[in-house]
Every structure is written in structure tokens, then in C-alpha cells.
Design a protein around this ligand. Structure first.
Ligand code: FES
Ligand code: FES
Length: 192
């Protein structure tokens, strides 16, 4: 009895996942995490494999627009939900404003943390673009720090990451700056 239960749990099942607007119908081990399925079954290796303990944020993706740690979530629990990975945040060949700002400011060094941070930041900016967070809390450096607080970066010291997210937010007219702060877009966009 125990043996047949074990065999059952190790069997593959056909499941359907919606990733980056594409429907994948795939035979998958039902005990596999979303991280394993994205990287090993769907070939979407932009999502990074870090601690597998929910501590580093490298594996963050969006599920129904919310950042989740894909190392802690079973792929089968994402059936019927919209999954967005780093491969899905650009608009075809046009970089997302966050990607553009990260590239311009050098906010990625080794880049291992970058997909997870971009997903967390995109979720934040999307909430403000939908207008459902503006009334609750203005978008500022503190709010940005809070949004990416689960993402560890070993290279950058975080300053460039925060500035790049602010720059993207400014370009989308989302940032509520303290008037005494330097306005990033006036610095980075002045020559354009
Ligand atoms: S790999 Fe998921 S949080 Fe580190
Ligand atoms: S850029 Fe290397 S870990 Fe963040």
C-alpha cells in the first residue's frame, strides 16, 4: 500500500500552466516546485535557483501579479493562475522601464538576483499603475525598499537597485518625491 502511494506521488501528470501568456500542457511530477518546473521542464532559466529555503528571493516570479517564491510553491498549485517570469516582463522587443533603468544605472552586476528583484519591483509598480495603492501609501524610497526587502543581492550594495526602481517609477509618473531629494530622471534623462 505504502509502495503504491509512493509510486503514485512520483508519477508524472499532465498539467496546464499559463506562463508569460503562453499555455503549456506538460507531463510534470506533481511534487515538483514551480522553480523546478520553470527551469527544468519549460526551459525558462531566467528564474534563478538560490537557497531553496525561501530566504534569498532569487527565485521570485509573479503569480496573478503578486511576487511569490517559486522554490516554495508547487507547480500544481499554480494551475489556472497567471505566472509571469523575467522572460515575460518585456513588451516583445521593448524592455520594461525597470529593465531599461537597471541597464542604464548598472543596477545588475553578476545579475543573479536581478530577475527576482525585477519581478518584485514590477509587482509594486503595477499596483501603482492600477492606482490601487496610491491612496494607501505614496510610492517613495521606503515603499520600494519594503517591496524588495525579501531579495538578497551580494554585489551591488542595493543603492543602484533602489535608484533604478525609482528612475523607472519616475518615468512612469508614479514616484512621490520629497522635493528636497534629487530627481533621478532629470539627471539620467537630461541628454535624451
Ligand atoms: S531560491 Fe527561493 S528564496 Fe532562495
Ligand atoms: S547583482 Fe550579483 S547578487 Fe545582485
Amino acid at each position: 500500500m505504502k509502495k503504491s502511494a509512493a509510486l503514485k506521488s512520483s508519477a508524472k501528470q499532465i498539467i496546464t500552466l499559463n506562463v508569460n501568456g503562453r499555455v503549456y500542457e506538460q507531463a510534470l511530477f506533481i511534487h515538483h516546485t514551480l522553480l523546478e518546473v520553470l527551469r527544468e521542464d519549460l526551459g525558462l532559466t531566467g528564474t534563478k535557483h538560490g537557497c531553496e529555503l525561501g530566504e534569498c528571493g532569487a527565485c521570485a516570479v509573479l503569480v496573478n501579479g503578486e511576487p511569490v517564491l517559486s522554490c516554495l510553491l508547487l507547480a500544481v498549485d499554480c494551475i489556472g493562475k497567471e505566472i509571469t517570469t523575467i522572460e515575460g516582463i518585456a513588451d516583445e522587443n521593448r524592455l520594461h522601464p525597470l529593465q531599461k533603468a537597471f541597464a542604464e544605472l548598472g543596477a545588475a552586476q553578476c545579475g543573479y538576483c536581478t530577475p527576482g528583484i525585477l519581478c518584485a519591483a514590477k509587482s509594486l509598480l503595477d499596483k501603482y499603475l492600477r492606482d490601487d495603492s496610491r491612496a494607501v501609501k505614496p510610492l517613495n524610497r521606503e515603499r520600494i525598499k519594503e517591496a524588495v526587502s525579501g531579495n538578497i543581492c551580494r554585489c551591488t550594495g542595493y543603492l543602484k537597485i533602489l535608484e533604478a526602481i525609482e528612475l523607472a517609477a519616475e518615468r512612469l509618473n508614479l514616484l512621490q518625491n520629497d522635493p528636497s531629494q534629487k530627481i533621478l530622471s532629470t539627471v539620467y534623462d537630461k541628454e535624451k
